[in-house]
Each structure stands twice: as C-alpha cells, then as structure tokens.
Design a protein around this ligand. Structure first.
Ligand code: FES
Length: 324
C-alpha cells in the first residue's frame, strides 16, 4: 500500500435500497470508532483483494453519521472491483478504504441547484440532495432511470422529504432526456448551478446543454472515467528521484510510471489511468502538469502530489519522492 495514502479498515454490512443488479453496502469502522465526516458528493477509494482500487460515492443521508453507505452496480463492463463487491463481499467482510475525497459537491453561492442523476450516478447526487434539503436551499432533483424496478433508493427517496423536489423519469429515450433538460434549463433562475452524474452519454449531453445556458463555471460533473493517456508528440522532460539523485528521461507518449519502472524503480500501481491514487508520489521541485482524476483542485493548487501513471511536467525537470 502506498505510504502516502491514509486508509481505514472497515467491515461490510448489507443495507436497503438496492435493486436486482445493485447492492447497497454499509461500511463500519473495524475499531468501532466513527468514520470521518465528509462533505456531500464525496467519494472514497475502496481497496479490494488482488490490489484493485475502485471509487464509490458516499450516499448516506447524513454526512456526519458514524458509518458510510455506498451502492455498487454489477456491470458487464466491470474491470473486477464491482463484480467482487456484488458477488463475494459478505456481511462481515473486511476492506480498507481511503479518507473521503471531495472532488464534487454543491456550490454554496448558487441561487438554485439542479441535480441530474442517471442510474447508479444517483449516489453522489443523493447525498447532495439530502444536504440541500436539510439546509433549506432551493433545488430540484431529476433522476433518469431504466425502469421503476431499476431505481436505486426509489422507496427511500419517495418516502423522504426529498420527494417534493424529485422527479423520477423511467425509460426515456435520449432525445426525451434532452428535451426534459432543455425545459429545466429554460425555467432556471440566474446563478443556478447544475450537477450531473451517470452514464457518459447523459453527462456529456446534459453538460453541453447546461453550459450553453448557465456557463461553464456553473456546470459540474462527477466522472470516475479514465482521462486520456499521454499523446505521442508531447514534449519530453526529465524526472529525478530525490532518494537516489538519478535522472530519468520521459519521452513523449510514455508515462512517468513506465519510465521509472524501466529505470529499475519499484512503484505500486493499480488502475494506471489516473483515478485510484495508488501510484501517488510527492513533488519536491518542479511544476507538474496534472492529467489525473484523483487529486482534488486544492491538492493540484498546492502542487504537493503527482500521479505518475498519467501526469506530465510543465518544467523541464520534476523532482519526486515516493515516501511520506
Ligand atoms: S495507478 Fe491508479 S492513479 Fe496511478
């Protein structure tokens, strides 16, 4: 496990709200202590057997609760993590999770919040809806699903105080979704912010429509999808490890991680597409060109960490360390 990453051991339990292909799990800290509070929209990294690391949004109604709730959808495209959690994690299974990470959340300056979820993308959106409801803020929740039977947390939402602001849309074709979003945007107030999480096509189309009406800064997406890998033709640079003082050249089209490994350095990794943080290193000197989806905006601004499987360097030399 990467020594720069703080983890907590938890015990898995079953929770309500799932569907035929979605399991809802409760995570309780093994030592009996409360888990850290989080901000609505946060996610945690879940460390699975075989070194897999996957990201799951925290979707409980109360971010101060002592335990966490996540929802896991079984997917034919699963790269292993969700499949293991759906099929093999039992009541009492032990797992390690990272600290809550806040890359998505509500903007406190918004006059109105438009929450848009598609399928399992409801998870970060649900905790945001609960928070907006609890604080008396103006919001609406548009939830697109395949069918009523496939609606995660349907009963809970419709029996809760969220029901009045929520519209669940089963089985809409993409064009009908666009029309619904267009009507929502046409009726939106000045300084509304829109947040979307769900399948890539829904996110892209909704974000595109919303940017045209609300402006780029007022549109927010949660995507755990891998970013583009370094393209050939980009400028090369050098990386120096402060532990040994050796310099390694990183040519265009090749990752820092691959170059360091070829030079004989052992660096842990899991996803190798910049989403899990397993390969994270510390920046000693130089200016990173962050390409990952793991670091938060604050961490990028601070320039303290670097994700070598996808990120590059703006400075000709980047000095890195792999210990805390
Ligand atoms: S290995 Fe997952 S972010 Fe680098």
């Amino acid at each position: 496990m990467n020594a720069l990453i703080e983890t907590i051991e938890v015990v898995v339990g079953e929770a309500e709200g799932g569907t035929a292909d979605t399991r809802v799990l409760k995570l309780v800290r093994l030592d009996g202590q409360p888990l850290p509070a989080y901000r609505p929209g946060a996610h945690v990294d879940v460390y699975l057997p075989d070194g897999l690391v996957r990201q799951y949004s925290l979707c409980g109604p109360n971010p101060q609760a002592p335990d966490y709730r996540i929802a896991v959808k079984r997917s034919s495209e699963s790269r292993g993590g969700s499949e293991w959690l759906c099929s093999h994690a039992g009541n009492g299974s032990r797992l390690r999770i990272g600290m809550p990470r806040h890359a998505f959340g509500v903007n406190d300056m918004a006059s109105h919040h438009i929450l848009v979820a598609g399928g399992i993308g409801v998870t970060p959106i649900l905790s945001m809806a609960y928070a907006l409801q609890a604080s008396g803020k103006s919001y609406q929740f548009e939830y697109f699903v395949r069918s009523d039977a496939d609606t995660v947390f349907r009963n809970e939402i419709m029996a809760s105080s969220l029901a009045a602001q929520t519209r669940i849309h089963p089985a809409l074709a993409p064009q009908a979704v666009r029309e619904r979003i267009a009507r929502v945007l046409a009726a939106s107030k000045a300084q509304s912010h829109l947040y979307v999480c769900g399948p890539a096509a829904l996110m892209q189309s909704t974000a595109e429509q919303a940017r045209g009406v609300l402006g780029d800064a007022n549109v927010h997406m949660e995507a755990f999808a891998p970013p583009a890998l370094p393209a050939a033709g980009e400028r090369g640079f050098a990386v120096m490890l402060d532990t040994c003082g050796k310099t390694v050249e990183v040519p265009s089209g090749k990752s820092v991680l691959a170059c360091l490994r070829e030079a004989g350095h052992e660096i842990e990794s899991s996803c190798e597409v910049g989403v899990c943080g397993t390969c994270m290193m510390r920046v000693i000197e130089g200016e990173p060109d962050h390409r990952d989806s793991y670091l938060t905006d604050d961490e990028r601004m601070a320039g303290t960490y670097f994700i070598p499987c996808v990120s590059r360097s703006k400075s000709p030399v980047l000095v890195l360390a792999s210990d805390p």
